[in-house]
Design a protein. Sequence first.
Length: 392
Amino acid sequence: MTVESTAARTPRRSSTSGGKRASAKKAAPKKSTEPQLVQLLTPEGKRVKNAEYDQYVAGITADDLRGLYRDMVLTRRFDAEATSLQRQGELGLWASLLGQEAAQIGSGRATRDDDYVFPTYREHGVAWCRGVDPTNLLGMFRGVNNGGWDPNTNNFHLYTIVIGSQTLHATGYAMGVAKDGADSAVIAYFGDGASSQGDVAEAFTFSAVYNAPVVFFCQNNQWAISEPTEKQTRVPLYQRAQGYGFPGVRVDGNDVLAVLAVTKWALERARTGEGPALIEAFTYRMGAHTTSDDPSKYRNDDERVAWEAKDPILRLKAYLESEGHADEGFFAELEAESEALGKRVREVVRAMPDPDLMAIFENAYADGHALVDEERAQFAAYQASFAEGEAK
């Protein structure tokens, strides 16, 4: 590490006769306020070259691009419908992904079927990519189940509410994958707020020491509820990986192509035994943290408006149109599909049956447990007492 000398840092006055001061220093060039990140599509929808990551999207076709656009549009529609349902009293809470569609769809489409995904509670777009029916995501938020899907069916774990703990689960799973000799990878999602949790630091340590095939995907939407990122770290989040001994990359989280490319790179190196990597998807939470939050209390509208100009969906749409990859017929058909999805989500949620009260005792232990059996019997007797009281 090069240490800059004091003389180089401290300007000195001239010692020339007459006491004249040295000529004024040239003004230092202004540093760009824009973060340095991997970008393949500009906010205006212009394709830019990248010598390192272009290879990971070299084979992408017009059909693939339309598919990415469809994924983002339908994910946003589902998310908007869920928000509306919560406002109508049909859900207890909802965590919106508005503005983060490219980060989730790009990374989700980079995974293989045999990879395993550990989400937080906002990865609705990743769930879509993994083939989880979006209506299954709503059961927990309605209070009718504890998850709504079998994690092993789609290699997509249940949503994790405890902040950051899924990174440890992912690391342990990845260590097991490595011991089994499989060539699959694991990806763990978390936010900028979760990056301050001790569980994440422990996951980084264990994954590095054991060279676990895990990709840590941080969606830096810049607000951990009401705390901005600069109040949590003095360096860009992706640079934290260096201290643990593995690479970190910051990618434009509103650029679905760049996210796809960077995530493919990270997953491929994990599968080939090169160990973990950290991806920081620099994006923005355009809505509230959850439907119980009011972002107007801690951030201004100018910030949101500036980020709306970087909308991930509008960005890809501009590229599709400029390249002649999509016409009005495609967009009209997608709009109709979006409406149909919204209708189905409303109908399914409102028809969800009340939960089986005894289901809370299922899946507590893989092989059963005497104490759970005892508690189940006690609870059954307690519930039966109500029926007996009504019969009298």
